[in-house]
Ligand binder design. Structure first.
Ligand SMILES: [Zn+2]
Ligand SMILES: [Zn+2]
Ligand SMILES: [Zn+2]
Length: 161
């Protein structure tokens, strides 16, 4: 992983993202009581991370599961940040730095229990040999969704549903 220094504000934003979007809907009772990790259900210890909102019910994630999910977001934003500011990437050309960021991100998908990356447009799985762009869009419930699109499928970000 890259060791980009994050500001407190960014870390708080990542914490909210993980808390709001990554907690499974159906939790076992121990996790609902804040006594077990919401992801792996191992008993929560002193290193467990308190998720938002911790009221009225406490919810905790173990450090390993939490860090894996934060890494997913961080690496996606690193890739996206590069993509937005890189001439090669903007011209939809092969870019080795962009590809490297993508590989770093893809390494975080398994540990974060995310499904294999799919194209938000077509929507087939994206293959390692295909040019892929990080893409975000506003989902049906007005939340920002982070994902991917084949470069060939990418016409205009705003058109993606
Ligand atoms: Zn865990
Ligand atoms: Zn690039
Ligand atoms: Zn596609």
């Amino acid at each position: 992983m890259t060791t980009t220094v994050r500001t407190a504000e960014e870390l708080a934003r990542l914490h909210r993202l993980v808390s709001w979007h990554d907690v499974p809907l159906n939790l076992p009772s121990a996790a609902l009581a804040g006594e077990a990790c919401v992801w792996c259900t191992s008993p929560a210890d002193a290193t467990a991370v308190e998720l938002e909102p911790s009221n009225p019910l406490p919810r905790r994630g173990c450090l390993l599961c939490y860090a894996a999910r934060v890494a997913w977001y961080v690496s996606w934003y690193d890739w996206h940040g590069h993509f937005e500011s890189c001439t090669h990437c903007q011209q939809r050309k092969t870019c080795y730095i962009g590809h490297g960021r993508r590989l770093l991100h893809e390494q975080t998908i398994g540990p974060a229990d995310r499904s294999k990356p799919k194209c938000a447009v077509c929507p087939a799985l994206v293959l390692p040999t295909e040019l892929v762009a990080p893409l975000y869009w506003v989902g049906a419930t007005h939340q920002i969704r982070l994902g991917y699109a084949h470069v060939r499928c990418l016409t205009e970000k705003a058109r993606v549903r």
